[in-house]
Design a protein around this ligand. Structure first.
Ligand code: CAA
Length: 386
């Protein structure tokens, strides 16, 4: 099926060309691997250099550091295309760009940018973001991973959980608590290499969905970081985290749009082929209602996502719009996943068809980079202060 975008955004020629490149790569190279990536929990390492050559691994990085410096709107379109083929691949790219490269670009010193960005921008190195902990997710300021200053060094002790890309990462953005009595104003952010003494990456988590995106804990045992690792100023870590997560939420929203689109695409194709009561099920009103809801929510989710991206590109405060996009798109993806399975009937419940994969992949978009409950909290807080 040829995908027709329900666009009221007028994309310029360059953006359309990049979107087309992403779509063609996703359909030819990523989609054929998607079932294997899911079933074997396979990290698609062969795709990384190609994603690097296309400029997608350095989408948010300025050209002087080897990136393609794309507008966030273009970046969102790329993530959507990748997600429509394979949700795992899309989050590998999105977590790398939004959560690791972006904070280095925005808060890094010239030395940090020169040191880390060139290899990250090509995909030679992969990045991750270590905020959550075994006992801390939504309450991002309640960190128990500590940093203590000793002889001019920062000494890190503690464990980070659910870290996307951790098993394949070379570089990490770390958040640790320096002055607990100050709450969210007591946190420091760091950028560090993953091969430092005292760092251990835990076993790969067995997940419900996005099975090819490797997730693990990272334990820091007396890890010594220098001043050159501090990202942003001392005690400015929470600001780095919030700023980064605002951008990350556009990436997850775009991923959710792609997953919802995949669920719709496969359900529509099936509904045209499958016959009951003497006609294709697409001619039955119940199925039509499902499909109509799915496509409406896919397009609405895309508008919210691209709207937030356009605001970020214009340098406006987009935090409420990013949270709204993520909230709506992730719920649209989950609903599309469930309806896609329902349309497939029994075939939706078996691994032979991709419908159940979309449903499993969609769930995480309601959880990571801020749960739906946290997005509602952010939206309401921003609304009250605007
Ligand atoms: N953007 C910018 N600033 C923000 C902000 C946002 N979205 N949210 C809060 N802030 C600012 C506030 O304005 C406030 O600033 P001032 O001190 O200057 O007034 C400051 O941050 C503190 O705000 P709160 O008092 O509201 O802070 P809080 O401690 O009560 O927590 C929260 C607020 C929004 C719930 C925050 O804890 C949060 O975002 N939690 C969710 C964390 C999250 O998304 N985790 C996902 C982990 S990453 C991941 O998923 C990893 C992966 O690998 C994919």
């Amino acid at each position: 099926m040829v995908w027709k975008d329900g666009f009221c955004f007028r994309l310029d020629d360059e953006t359309k060309m990049i979107q087309q490149t992403a779509r063609s790569f996703a359909e030819k190279k990523v989609l054929p691997l998607a079932a294997k990536i899911d079933a074997e929990h396979y990290f698609p390492k062969e795709l990384i250099p190609e994603l690097g050559n296309l400029g997608f691994m350095g989408a948010v990085v300025p050209e002087e550091y080897g990136g393609t410096n794309l507008p966030i709107l273009t970046y969102a379109l790329i993530v959507e295309e990748l997600a429509a083929a394979c949700a795992s691949t899309s989050i590998i790219v999105s977590a790398h760009n939004s959560l690791c490269l972006s904070p280095i670009v925005h808060f890094g010193t010239t030395e940090q940018k020169e040191k880390f960005l060139p290899q990250l921008a090509t995909g030679a190195h992969i990045g991750c973001f270590a905020l959550s902990e075994p006992g801390t997710g939504s309450d991002a300021a309640a960190l128990s991973c500590t940093v203590k200053k000793k002889n001019g060094e920062y000494v890190i002790q503690g464990t980070k959980n659910w870290i996307t890309n951790a098993p394949v990462s070379d570089v990490c953005i770390l958040f640790a608590m320096m002055e607990p009595e100050k709450g969210n104003k007591g946190i420091c952010a760091f950028v560090h290499e993953m091969n430092l003494p005292g760092i251990t990456v835990g076993k790969k988590e067995e997940k419900l969905g996005i099975c090819g995106s490797p997730t693990a804990s990272i334990t820091y045992d007396d890890v010594k970081l220098g001043k050159e690792h501090l990202l942003g100023g001392e005690l400015e870590g929470f600001k780095v985290a919030m700023h980064t997560l605002n951008g990350g939420r556009i990436g997850v929203a775009a991923q959710a749009v792609g997953i919802a689109r995949a669920a719709l695409r496969d359900a529509l194709e099936y509904a045209k082929e499958r016959k009951t009561f003497g006609k294709p099920i697409v001619a039955h009103q119940s199925i039509q209602n499902y499909l109509a809801d799915m496509v409406t929510r896919v397009d609405a989710a895309r508008y919210l996502t691209l709207g937030a991206a356009a605001m970020k590109d214009r340098g406006e405060d987009y935090s409420r719009q990013a949270a709204m996009a993520k909230l709506f798109a992730s719920e649209a993806a989950m609903e599309a996943g469930v309806k896609g399975v329902q349309i497939h009937g029994g075939y939706g419940y078996v691994r032979e068809y991709p419908a159940e994969r979309h449903m499993r992949d969609a769930k995480i978009t309601e959880i990571y980079e801020g749960t739906s409950e946290i997005q509602r909290l952010v939206i309401a807080a921003r609304l009250a202060s605007e």
